[in-house]
Design a protein around this ligand. Structure first.
Ligand code: ZN
Length: 122
């Protein structure tokens, strides 16, 4: 049931993104519907969509159209051009994650190299 709800949220946001240029008011309706589903089933907004709507006026946000994305010291600042509010999202966590991913990738590559050098010896 929860998976279906999440799936529906994803679909709504994809539609919102698609419709935004021609029917921005529809996009805002899709956001509203997605929020309704999320609150009804008490699930979190999927990460990729979490910052695609305004926390104040709930407009669907499309960078370069109705919102501005700027980097400050350790935050991504998203300004909603509909109501003027600024949302700060710290990105230190993501930086750390990326580093961990790099390390993992490095070890995988290293292992692969070791494996291939073994087979070369034989
Ligand atoms: Zn707003």
């Amino acid at each position: 049931m929860l998976e279906i709800a999440e799936e529906r949220i994803n679909i709504l946001f994809i539609l919102a993104d698609k419709e935004f240029k021609e029917h921005p008011e529809r996009s805002n309706r899709y956001v509203k519907l997605a929020r309704n589903i999320a609150t009804k089933y008490n699930i979190k907004m999927p990460k990729i969509w979490k910052h695609r709507f305004c926390k104040n006026c709930y407009s669907f946000l499309k960078p370069g159209y109705n919102c501005r994305v700027r980097l400050s010291k350790s935050c991504v600042v998203i300004s909603c051009l509909e109501c003027g509010i600024k949302m700060r999202i710290p990105y230190i966590k993501e930086k750390k994650m990326r580093r961990r991913e790099k390390v993992e990738l490095y070890t995988i590559k290293k292992r692969a190299n070791e494996a291939s050098s073994y087979s070369n010896d034989n």
